[in-house]
Write a protein that binds this ligand. Structure first.
Ligand SMILES: [Zn+2]
Ligand SMILES: [Zn+2]
Length: 193
């Protein structure tokens, strides 16, 4: 995901990358859940131009994630469209105060500061891989749901309640209604048959 900085001019250059599942897997390392989420390539489009010494990058990452629903475990398709804007100043001889940022500037030629959307660049080639990786990771929902009203799996028998109804009680044993039900269900007139 390299951008050649010294080729950029004041008129915007369009740059496109495909984020492939193979690239994503490698980036995710041991995080299986993230790694499994990308089964088809995402498209990254960037408009890059120069304004004075600074570089302006505007882009988006778009496509579809494949996630496991947190309630019913079904895999479903989750559309993503993450936009970003970045203004990068030449780093010159400056070194970022945080070690991670300093390492990124050496490795990628880019350092993103605490202020959103701004940072420094160095050299004739910058690598946006880390930025793209972070954008995609942020697009993963905290609680993935196949649909808003997914009814999930029955906690007793495991039936998919979106597809079938089971015989299990709808009343959870810990709910206040459970006590009422116990009263109601108590056999009257004494004695069990
Ligand atoms: Zn679901
Ligand atoms: Zn059930």
């Amino acid at each position: 995901m390299k951008v050649l900085t010294d080729r950029l001019t004041e008129s915007p250059t369009e740059i496109a990358f495909a984020v492939t599942p193979a690239w994503w897997k490698e980036r995710c390392g041991a995080d299986q859940e993230l790694a499994e989420g990308l089964r088809s390539a995402l498209a990254t489009r960037i408009r890059a131009y120069r304004a004075g010494e600074d570089l302006y990058l505007e882009g988006e990452v778009a496509g579809t994630l494949e996630l496991a629903c947190g309630r019913c475990l079904t895999r479903y398709r989750h559309p993503v469209r993450e936009r970003f804007r970045l203004v990068l100043e030449p780093a010159g001889s400056r070194v970022p105060a945080d070690p991670e940022g300093a390492a990124a500037l050496v490795r990628d030629g880019v350092y993103l500061s605490d202020e959103p959307g701004s940072g420094w660049f160095r050299g004739s080639e910058i690598d946006l891989g880390s930025l793209i990786q972070e954008l995609i990771a942020l697009a993963f929902p905290v609680q993935p749901l196949c649909r808003e009203d997914c009814r999930g799996l029955c906690p007793h028998c495991g039936a998919d309640r979106n597809a079938e109804s089971c015989e299990c009680s709808e009343v959870r044993p810990d709910s206040p209604f459970a006590a009422l039900r116990a009263l109601r269900d108590r056999p009257r007139g004494g004695g069990e048959r």
